[in-house]
Ligand binder design. Structure first.
Ligand SMILES: [Zn+2]
Length: 441
């Protein structure tokens, strides 16, 4: 198989005349959709490094918040940072999604188009001083920060997961998705009120994208976030999808990398994209999703968020999301929240009485809905989650349209991997050591 990589080059520009130290991303990472396929054979092939984990379904319990581990424990309203990562609490999640987001806005810069501005980043500093040590990167116009303190001297102390991307040695930090606090000029902070027409929650533990509209969660979609791996010549810690809260900022449309095509792409956080699960074109011109679609629900991208193409029973998929943002001109107003898969988080075990459905006449899937798109015209038979491992249900696979709960065994495997005291990010953590050494020097 081939694994090809386009590397995004980060060049650091000190923008003369503005005094804004910023990073321009010349080639942001449209790299991520490269070939898991043997292009000549057109059949699914395995990556060299299969996902170590198989993250699961539904919400989580417990007290984990996005600012878990922060030294700043003060509760600040119902913000993203202090709201528990629990999808079952629809009202709390909605309140969080509708909270204003504080983003970095470097302002107008001569010679830079809006699109170029959205690809820029700036820094978080150790002290309120641009000569002090750089602790992390934050993306212009999209990335939200948690404001901890506004100082009198024109600086603010903020916190976020560092948006460190791959770069040439010019990069200042290698804080790969590390929760970092640091100083930024207060004049670069701007509050934005997100729209109620659409809001998205991506849970890296569950590998699900939850779609919200007007106070309700209206869909659960399968997704894939980034997988840290060895690409054949080097490690790619920057594949780990950066957690945080963001605004969607650019209707990219379609990306092509090699012969893998990513449709309905919307950019956020510098160079990250949320888009339909990538496909290849068959010789007859039809779309081939065989290599990528079965991996939805597990980490496997190079940082972007791959989203389900198949429609839920209510007709929702990535195309639906894209078309809504486009037709209602919501770009710049849609909040996307990404929940970190902190070690110690656990997936909840579904209620044994949870209703499931299947087609007794040769169906191969179990469904969460009795009117699933995947079974039009078929009359499903109801059974319960507690029967799933018994006959005749034990051979059924989870429907890729309606994303039913995972099997108990899968949930237990994930929970074991994420159990307190373990280290599901062993590789990533080892690659973060450079950064920790840099902090000490
Ligand atoms: Zn279904």
């Amino acid at each position: 198989m081939k694994i090809k990589s386009l590397f995004c080059l980060l060049s650091v520009l000190v923008l003369l005349g503005t005094g804004i130290p910023a990073i321009a991303e010349d080639e942001m990472e449209y790299e991520e959709e490269e070939g898991w396929l043997d292009l000549d054979e057109g059949t699914a092939s395995e990556t060299a490094d299969e996902p170590a984990e198989e993250p699961a379904d539904a919400g989580t319990t417990g007290i984990f918040t996005p600012s878990y581990g922060s030294e700043y424990t003060k509760d600040i309203g119902s913000s993203y940072w202090t709201t528990p990562m629990d999808i079952s609490n629809e009202q709390a999640v909605w309140d969080m999604l509708m909270e204003p987001i504080t983003v970095v806005d470097l302002g107008k810069i001569k010679g830079k188009s809006r699109s170029q501005l959205t690809k820029m980043q700036t820094y978080l500093y150790q002290e309120p001083d641009e000569k002090s040590k750089i602790l992390g990167e934050v993306s212009n116009l999209s990335q939200g920060v948690r404001v901890i303190e506004n100082l009198d001297n024109g600086w603010s102390l903020v916190e976020c997961y560092s948006s460190s991307f791959f770069s040439k040695p010019a990069t200042k930090t290698k804080a790969w998705n590390i929760l970092v606090s640091g100083y930024i000029p207060t004049k670069y902070l701007k509050q934005v009120q997100p729209t109620s027409r659409l809001a998205l929650v991506v849970d890296k533990l569950a590998q699900r994208l939850y779609v919200f509209q007007e106070g309700k969660m209206i869909a659960t979609l399968l997704c894939s976030t980034g997988l840290v791996q060895w690409n054949g010549s080097k490690y790619q810690p920057y594949n780990e999808t950066r957690s945080g809260e963001f605004l969607l900022i650019n209707m990219t449309g379609q990306l092509t990398s090699d012969r893998l095509i990513c449709s309905y792409a919307i950019r956020f956080n510098g160079g990250d994209e949320v888009h339909e699960v990538p496909h290849q074109e068959n010789r007859d011109g039809s779309n081939n999703y065989k290599s990528t679609e079965p991996k939805l629900g597990t980490k496997c991208s190079h940082g972007c968020i791959r989203v389900q193409r198949l429609k839920t029973p209510d007709g929702i998929n990535m195309a639906w999301i894209y078309n809504l943002v486009n037709s209602e001109n919501l770009c710049g107003k849609v909040k996307v929240v990404i929940w970190e898969d902190w070690q110690g988080r656990q997936l909840p075990i579904p209620d044994p009485d949870t209703k499931l459905y299947y087609n007794p006449n040769g169906g191969s899937y179990y469904h969460s809905e009795d009117h699933c798109t995947n079974g039009k015209g078929i009359t499903f038979t109801e059974f319960s989650y507690s029967q799933l491992d018994e006959e005749p249900y034990s051979h059924l696979e989870a429907c890729p349209n309606c994303a039913p709960a995972r099997r108990l065994k899968e949930i237990q495997e994930i929970n074991e991997l994420y159990a307190e005291g373990g280290d599901h990010e062993e590789l990533l953590n080892s690659l973060r050591q450079d950064y920790y050494d840099y902090l000490k020097n």
